[in-house]
Design a protein around this ligand. Structure first.
Ligand code: SF4
Length: 313
């Protein structure tokens, strides 16, 4: 398989099943610079929408390669190592994908553009939308997400509320907590107030699992996440705690791990166990390909939280 530019994975996920990723913006074209970002710091945050990658190129690669992944994935997920809604051809992309597959299409968004009418309308076309909402006041939002200066949480909240009432697909709101940044009682109470007005399928609570962009960012405890989930449930908000990569599946399909591993690591650092879960292969098989890629200087190992992660060079 020639090296893919836009498609990556598929990766197993509790909410999306086996998800084939489509990266529609270049690395770190993003409106935020989240402390916990797995793909490094954002040099310059931007809210400008542009055809960073052309819809025609993305759809061409999808059309030519999707058959190799079709049996390996349950969902097609538009995402990126940046904010996918900043691609101004998002509408052409979702329309084109829907013409090429009946699989459910999901998008992961940081929600900063949801109030823009064109983005709003494109998001309605997805079967699953996963917006993040780590804070609902500008001070805490700035501390955890380091946004582009014109972004205001009031627009995000109003956009998400309106969207949730019109949208008929599955809406999974994602909240990521960083210790001593957005885990205060005050932030949780404010988030609960906002969530009460958002009609969503589930709120998913998580924390840092992989090396973060800022080494000063730390995870909260599992106990904190469980207590917060209980708080939300007490307020009639459907909530659950999420982990790192979800359950491991086994695949007997023949995969070109030498090409697939770098394309996965472009998106996030992974352990051998993560990769084993993603590709459905045992760790020994993964390790052989990983060792080869390390020798070829394509990927490298880094230590984080008592685990060895591999990342692209
Ligand atoms: S986590 Fe997502 S939204 Fe935050 S900086 Fe990274 S790519 Fe952007």
């Amino acid at each position: 398989m020639s090296e893919l530019k836009y498609l990556f994975g598929p990766a197993p996920s509790r909410r999306l099943g086996r998800s084939l990723g489509i990266n529609i913006v270049p690395a770190k074209i993003c409106s935020l610079d989240c402390l916990y970002c797995e793909v490094g710091k954002t040099k310059t945050t931007t809210i400008q929408r542009k055809p960073y990658y052309k819809a025609s190129d993305i759809l061409k690669e999808f059309k030519e390669n999707f058959n190799k992944f079709e049996d390996l994935c349950d969902t097609v997920t538009v995402t990126g190592a940046g904010e996918p809604t900043l691609n101004s051809e998002l509408d052409k992309i979702i329309t084109g994908i829907k013409e090429l597959t009946d699989k459910p299409c999901a998008i992961l968004t940081n929600t900063t553009t949801i109030h823009i009418q064109e983005v709003y309308e494109s998001l309605l076309k997805f079967d699953i939308v996963v917006p993040s909402l780590d804070a609902v006041t500008n001070d805490i939002f700035k501390a955890v997400n380091l946004p582009e200066k014109s972004i205001d949480t009031a627009n995000i909240i109003a956009g998400l509320e309106k969207f949730s009432k019109e949208y008929t697909g599955k809406l999974f709101v994602e909240i990521l907590f960083c210790k001593d940044v957005n885990d205060s009682r005050e932030n949780i109470d404010n988030i609960i107030k906002v969530l009460k007005n958002i009609k969503c399928s589930k709120v998913q609570l998580g924390t840092i699992h992989r090396p973060p962009a800022y080494s000063t960012a730390y995870p909260v405890t599992d106990e904190f996440l469980l207590d917060t989930a209980k708080d939300l449930l007490m307020n009639n908000i459907p909530a659950e705690v999420t982990g790192g990569f979800a359950s491991v599946y086994k695949s007997s399909a023949s995969l070109n791990l030498h090409d697939l591993i770098p394309s996965l690591l472009k998106m996030r650092p992974c352990t051998l166990l993560d990769m084993s879960g993603v590709f459905g292969k045992n760790e020994r098989e993964i390790k052989e390909s990983v060792n080869k890629l390390v020798i070829e200087n394509k990927i490298k190992a880094i230590e984080y939280n008592h685990d060895t992660y591999y990342t692209i060079i």
